[in-house]
Design a protein around this ligand. Sequence first.
Ligand code: G2I
Length: 654
Amino acid sequence: MRWSSKAVSLICAAGLVVFGVVVATPAQAAGPLKTVAAPRGKFIGTALATDSLANEAMYRTVAAREFNQTTPENAMKWDATEPQDNQFSFAGGDQIVSFAQQNGMTVHGHTLVWHSQTPGYVQGMNATNMRAEMQAHIAAVVGHWANNPTVTGWDVVNEIFNEDGTFRQSFWFNTLGQSFVADAFRAARAADPDAKLCINDFNVEDINAKSTAMFNLVSSLRSQGVPIDCVGFQAHLAIQFAFPSTLQQNIQRFANLGVHVRISELDVRMLNPETAAKDATQAQYYTNVVNACLAVTNCDGITIWGFTDLHSWIPGTFSDQCCGLIYNNSYSPKPAYDAVANAFGPGPTDTTPPSTPGTPTASNVTATSATLNWTASTDNVGVTGYDILRSTGGGAFSQVGTSTTNSFTNTGLTASTTYQFEVRARDAAGNMSAVSSPVTVTTSAGGGDTQAPTAPSGLAASGTTQTGTSLAWTASTDNVGVTGYDILQAQGASGGTFTQVGTSTTTSFAVTGLTANTTYRFQVRARDAAGNVSAVSNTAQITTQGGGTTGACSATPTVQTQWGTGYVINPLTITNTSTSTIPSWTVTFTLPAGHTLSGSWNATVTVSGQTVTAKSVSFNGNLAPGASTGTFGFQVNRPNGNTQMPTSYSCATP
Ligand code: G2I
């Protein structure tokens, strides 16, 4: 639907009366949201609560009009579905599923295994009983909706990591170790082979220690054949924290593993009170999230964690915060609504330019650079960036850069020279604001910035394999700004020389090319634009996984089917029989005389005479001790009736 100008002014007036804040004029945004999201191949959803659905007509109307997906906010959690052992209650879940069915929405089940909202009778069990309880719960709950095509997937495990990437010390982990994760996914697959099975967590939007731990786990589960299909990034964001700038890059690296990704619980809270300026920043965050999902093919869509500020978990959890959603308390769309609608499909009618940015102030003026800060512009849809204009010695202004934030550092200036800077704002439709008033800056005589960044801290390595490891650290600070980090490496637990092996502009780095079974130490240091280098960080030490030797794995064939002139071996199960992780495997075997290979899957196969050599591919090579992969198989043609089978199977690493 399109907002008529009459409706818009009514909404505005309502906003003014209720909140006493100046509400930006809602854009003539395209909508409903599902109408603009669907052509882009993405779902747009909301969390739904059973009591609001039952009691409020407006809640039902907006939910049905705007969204084509829902995640039950609480109704499918353990305390709701199995409050007492073996006494199941599906009424709340059924209520949401039937609302979804009537209104063309899909349902994502939330959530099977979580440390929160799980009754005490589960938490006190011993390991044997707890595993059986978990499997029975999953079988019953997933099984209840398994034949209902409206329920398309599940959050199987929820919030299993600490912020530093270690496993959360929940009763699940403390009783069962990390095995509960794979067991939960297997139980869910068994209960509904068609459901898409997700892991879900918060504070994993950026590339950081927690998201990297999740990345390593997903990658290892997939290499072991554990049925995990998707990753949910909750995205409970807040405008008082920087937007997670590596969101797109982060979800892309997961998608590259072959899983689907989703923004699963989006909201963008703010410190009280709500103001028009904060609403504009919030709208910008929503724009950024939609754009990140649009940029990643396997991002299936976005679920907002509710839609009206009237019903949100935020004030109950953060008493000083509010207003994270896209409709206000009286069900009027906020700028964030327009931001989502326009990011999916730009409204053709947005001709409103952003407001003029505040006059810049200059700081950290050196002989060669100056940093500008200005009061952000607001826009009915969202500011997409700023142009920075400069004049030297009173000459004409020309553009010297752009910024997506309300600050900019101009480098390459000449010492003892007077410049003037102005900024202007742009929106997604290309509308440009007026230019700000100018600020005059005179660079210093020389010498420039001599202050080094602080040393990076908290350097830690995770996900160490035979040939690599992932480093992450806490950012340095600098009077002007950190421009990057050097990564230093030394061999051995002591001695040796640290040499630079790479650079990073973020606070993480993937080290590759290491030797198996070898100890390394790592340090990082920060640089700024003037070339000042910080002291080095703490040292992180790792030892790579043991190297492959013949006999580290075994190969076991299964004859899947055979006929007169051929047969299929599937799977040829490869098992890691050693005590350390293997990164890859090579299987050889001999075909009987007259037999020829006619096809194979999930390995790189070469044939020489009757000897076949099969090497693992990216997703099935890495096997933990004792783990197996059943992904490789092949087909053979044979002379009619010759019933011999291949012989001399052997498996080696790498
Ligand atoms: O905490 C925000 C979300 C983080 N990720 C997992 C989500 O499942 C979680 O959602 C929230 C719901 O939005 C709240 O509505 O999970 C909370 C529980 O941890 C939910 O709050 C609970 C209250 O704590 C209960 O007192 C209340 O009975 O909602 C229940 C039903 O209204």
